[in-house]
Design a protein around this ligand. Structure first.
Ligand code: FAD
Ligand code: NAP
Length: 552
């Protein structure tokens, strides 16, 4: 049975490829498709490019992978000409960069803004996707690429009374475009993940009083942000060939840094402490790569966790507050590690209160206050730093129907199933960029985005050269890949935490470790080998009949 056509007027346009989303993934996808001579249309529900950096405008928002690395590598001219101002660029500058890229590569003429893709159905008779958008139109495309983002579906918590609150309510992932001024206000922040940890110190400086509602204490490493000097920028520019190659092929997480040569227990106490101290002083994500077994061995992990716990105790003056801020319930790094500027020290300020909502969960939100432990914390404004329905949330919002009218949501009801994170069986010609089952959020995401976009681009060229009509993950290959993704994850400490990697932040979401933890280098090699073997594990059909593609 063929999927029903989505609409009668499925003729508002036809494209080789429809791309959903105009963040870094959708923008680069469009650039590559154009270069290959494919016709493409990008739909973006926001009014501008940049994705994450368009939506997350909260105070203190900035990247935590260093800007000289958290940037596109596909254009030598671009990476030589752009001037990052700081070690970790603030959100407005990253958004400016996205806009610069859109202008420089003339991307906007193929992007339709303020338009949401609502439905996509595969018409098996014609091997075409019918894509219905929020402007009431339906277009057809041979291929659809979901560049919808892993952290793009901001999640409002289900707290009793939230809608009753009379003050302003903000979500970090959906921040207003006009400046928000908290001067003289009593502000509450719910959530202490990366977004909360970045915004709390900045809001505390402005607000009359800040109440931070913490459910789970987080490990955080100082960013040591600073202005970049011209010499530093030039060093990166001169060494980009080596830096980018290393990030793609050798670094597990897509970040250029020293590779660890031993486990944490291979060093004596003093030597280990010296190394942790050096990385703490250097600041940033590389704290977690000082040893090679922190994600694997609990005893090794404990040494890093204890070091950070000790730092929290040193920084936070009030012993009870320090204790509350100390993470104890999961191994360090198994929830996404945070990078901060003065987060822990902020709790030494007289105008900041930490509220323990683990012991005393929020009972309700009234018109004027958040109530926890029978106490009302009166507020003028409330900031929800409560995160995202990660990795699958934005895909799930689209009604996607593949073969036999089956929906992707039905297929993924027990957790996402993909082959290589790129495609899902029974959904031909539908690609996902940085989807579940790929390294994605465990990496410098621009490295992973470029790798996926390049792989998809090569695949589409191959199909054109071989006069192929469809490509689709084979069920067997998908089953094996899902099993492999699980096996690798469960060999680590990651599944021990109630993290968004596991879907644990969304009530009712299946507990599956969603990203692939095998590392960007090995993953890239697997993807390349699959392609070199004629897209092994993918079924391809020619213009006349289905056949297994043979290696060319
Ligand atoms: P996004 O940037 O999320 O873009 C997806 C776009 O798709 C969005 O604009 C969305 O509106 C659009 N979209 C979704 N569904 C639809 C639909 N149905 N119809 C139309 N449009 C749709 N990663 C790092 O590697 N380093 C960092 O330092 C880092 N910092 C981050 C900071 C924050 C605050 C957050 C939230 C994430 C951060 N990330 C970081 C992850 C970040 O999401 C990625 O680095 C990257 O920006 C993702 O790009 P993307 O294009 O894949 O997705
Ligand atoms: P997050 O890591 O999921 O953190 C959400 C926070 O809200 C957690 O502290 C969570 O507590 C709390 N929370 C959620 N629902 C709640 C509820 N109903 N009641 C009380 N508390 C609740 O989300 P995020 O901080 O937005 O970060 C998401 C990811 O985006 C990061 O991990 C990172 O990958 C990326 N990011 C990066 C940066 C950066 O530094 N560049 C900045 C922001 C985001 P529990 O822990 O108990 O669930």
């Amino acid at each position: 049975m063929s999927a029903q056509p989505l609409a009668v007027n499925a003729s508002a346009g036809h494209y080789d490829v429809v791309v959903v989303g105009a963040g870094f993934a959708g923008m680069y996808m469009l650039h590559r498709l154009r270069g290959l001579g494919f016709s493409a249309r990008v739909y973006e529900q926001g009014s501008g490019v940049g994705g994450t950096w368009y939506w997350n405008r909260y105070p203190g928002a900035r990247c935590d992978v260093e800007s000289m690395q958290y940037s596109y590598s596909f254009s030598e001219e671009l990476q030589q000409e752009w001037n990052w101002s700081e070690r970790y660029a603030p959100q407005p500058e990253i958004l400016q960069y996205a806009n610069h890229v859109a202008d420089r590569f003339d991307l906007r003429r193929d992007i339709q803004f303020d338009t949401k893709v609502e439905r996509a159905g595969f018409d098996e008779r014609n091997n075409l996707w019918q894509v219905a958008t929020s402007d009431g139109k339906t277009v057809t495309a041979r291929f659809v690429v979901l560049a919808t983002g892993c952290l793009s579906n901001a999640r409002k918590p289900d707290i009793k009374g939230l809608d009753r609150f009379k003050g302003e309510v903000y979500h970090t992932g959906h921040w207003p475009h006009q400046p928000v001024d908290f001067t003289g206000q009593r502000v509450g922040v719910i959530g202490t993940g990366s977004s909360g940890i970045q915004s709390v110190p900045v809001i505390a400086e402005q607000a009359k009083h800040l109440a931070v509602f913490q459910r789970t204490a987080q490990f955080s490493i100082p960013a040591r942000n600073a202005k970049l000097t011209e010499d530093e920028r030039n060093w990166f520019r001169a060494n980009y060939p080596e830096i980018r190659t290393f990030a793609r092929e050798q670094a597990k997480n897509g970040i250029y840094t020293e590779l660890p040569d031993r486990g944490a227990l291979d060093d004596g106490d003093n030597e280990r402490r010296t190394k942790y101290e050096a990385r703490w002083q250097r600041g940033g994500l590389t704290f977690m790569t000082v040893y090679n077994n922190l994600a694997l061995d609990k005893a090794a992990n404990d040494t890093a966790a204890d070091f950070v716990r000790g730092k929290i105790a040193e920084i936070v003056k009030d012993a009870a507050t320090a204790k509350l801020l100390t993470p104890i319930s999961y191994p360090i790094g198994t929830k996404r590690i945070c990078i901060d500027t003065d987060y822990f020290a902020t709790f030494n300020r007289p105008n900041v209160t930490l509220v323990d909502i683990k012991t005393n969960p929020i009972e309700e939100i009234t018109e004027i206050a958040v109530r926890s432990g029978g106490k009302d914390y009166e507020l003028d404004a409330l900031v929800l730093a409560t995160g995202f329905d990660a990795m699958t949330g934005s895909v799930a919002k689209i009604d996607i129907r593949g073969r036999n009218g089956q929906t992707l949501n039905q297929k993924w009801a027990e957790g996402p199933r993909t082959y290589l994170g790129l495609m899902s069986a029974d959904f031909p010609n539908l690609f996902v960029v940085t989807g579940p089952g790929s390294p994605s959020v465990l990496s410098n995401m621009i490295v992973s985005i470029e790798q996926h976009v390049d792989w998809i681009s090569d695949c589409l060229s191959y199909m054109r050269d071989h006069r192929l009509a469809t490509i689709e993950a084979e069920k067997d290959a998908e089953d094996k890949w899902v099993a492999h993704v699980n096996e690798v994850a469960f060999a680590t400490l990651y599944p021990q935490a109630d993290s968004w990697y596991m879907g644990a932040n969304i009530p009712g979401k299946p507990r599956i470790f969603m990203p692939y933890i095998g590392g960007v280098g090995p993953y890239r090699q697997i993807c390349n080998e699959v392609a070199a073997r004629g897209y092994e594990g993918f079924a391809m059909t020619g213009e006349q009949q289905r056949h297994q593609a043979a290696a060319s």
